[in-house]
Design a protein around this ligand. Structure first.
Ligand code: SAM
Length: 344
């Protein structure tokens, strides 16, 4: 009897300890992040919308993708607001239009500057503009699009349907030109070796490119670090080509330069960048109103800029978000507000 009593006491004590102990938090899962869909999981979803949403006005989501950020925005804005989703990829326009059934929402297919011009002609000045740069998970996961380093597909990498493919680009450049591109767009330390190897091979698919790049990297030990270095080089080469094929930096520059004339005074621009080439441009433009040289000044030395940065340092994703969505790791969020000054 005594033994039973002791066992009962032990069990009760254990249950009490379990109840009192702080609960271990469940890890956040990818698809439970705000705005997530099979198409794409938005990065910093709530943060972007908190900066952007107002009750009324015209909002342009320049990078509609799966419509994750747009749906979060529609949840926050008022009855009379309008949200225009812009994307150069028809898949994105179709997927987001099927997902979002809302009279306040419409779409435009096109590149940033042409889409912004069309939205401005139809709706007037904007209260908010969002740019979540780069490619969507859907684009990466569809082997036929040629963005993935993991799946075999044609060397395409175009976000839209027109223009040169990655294979056209490789064929058009000589080894020096290709090396320059790898250095400029991805800081590739083995640019010359890789470019020579790529130009002397016959390649047509993403797997061909990935193995040529991987084999051209000099061997080091230990083997597991060697494999990591090779896969990083492959990722950088794919990134460099993708940026060029889609003229990503040119499109971003043209869009930023257009914003002062299409964003209303007090309106906000929210940009999520995933690599330093883009983030640096956004930071400079928000601070100085141009990409080179100092901001204009009035007779008293006051800076004259079309935007006022609202984020002193770029915001980044929480550890929890990064654990659920590793893509969020490199995200840099910057926000600026339109001032009353306009460049002449
Ligand atoms: C990172 S995804 C956006 C995902 C979206 N925020 C969501 O929540 O689903 C970027 C999207 O922007 C589009 N895009 C990138 N650059 C573009 C440009 N210059 N003009 C138009 N669309 C562009 C891509 O086609 C892609 O669908």
């Amino acid at each position: 009897m005594r033994r039973w009593g002791a066992v009962m006491l032990f069990c009760t004590a254990r249950r009490a300890v379990a109840l009192l102990a702080p609960r271990r938090r469940q890890p956040t899962r990818l698809y439970s992040l705000p705005g997530a869909s099979d198409y794409h999981v938005p990065v910093l979803g709530n943060e972007c919308i908190d900066w952007l949403a107002r009750d009324d006005g015209v909002f342009v989501d320049c990078t509609l993708g799966g419509g994750g950020h747009s749906s979060l925005l529609l949840d926050k804005v008022g009855e009379k607001a309008k949200v225009i989703g812009l994307d150069r990829d028809r898949d994105a326009i179709q997927a987001a239009s099927a997902r979002i059934r809302d009279a306040r929402f419409s779409t435009i297919e096109g590149v940033f500057d042409e889409g912004l011009q069309r939205a401005f002609q139809e709706h007037g000045k904007f209260t908010g503009v969002l740019m979540d740069l780069g490619v969507s998970s859907h684009q990466i996961d569809d082997a036929e699009r040629g963005f993935s380093t993991r799946f075999d597909g044609p060397l395409d990498m175009r976000m839209g349907a027109s223009g040169k493919t990655a294979l056209d680009l490789i064929n058009d450049l000589d080894a020096k030109g290709l090396a320059r591109l790898l250095r400029q767009n991805a800081d590739e330390p083995h640019a010359s070796r890789i470019a020579k190897a790529v130009k002397s091979a016959s390649l047509t698919t993403t797997s061909d490119l990935a193995s040529i790049v991987s084999e051209s990297i000099p061997k080091t030990s230990p083997p597991h670090l060697d494999a990591k270095r090779r896969s990083k080089a492959v990722a950088r080469v794919f990134q460099a080509l993708r940026i060029e094929v889609n003229d990503e930096l040119g499109a971003l520059d043209r869009a930023l330069e257009l914003l002062p004339s299409v964003v209303a005074e007090g309106g906000r621009v929210v940009v999520l960048a995933y690599h330093s080439l883009e983030d640096r441009r956004v930071k400079r433009f928000f601070r100085d109103g141009k990409f080179r040289g100092d901001a204009a000044r009035d007779a008293y030395g006051n800076r004259l800029t079309p935007f006022r940065p609202l984020t002193r340092k770029a915001e980044t994703a929480s550890d929890e978000e990064v654990a659920a969505n590793p893509r969020a790791r490199s995200a840099r969020l910057r926000v600026a507000e339109r001032t009353d000054w306009s460049p002449s």
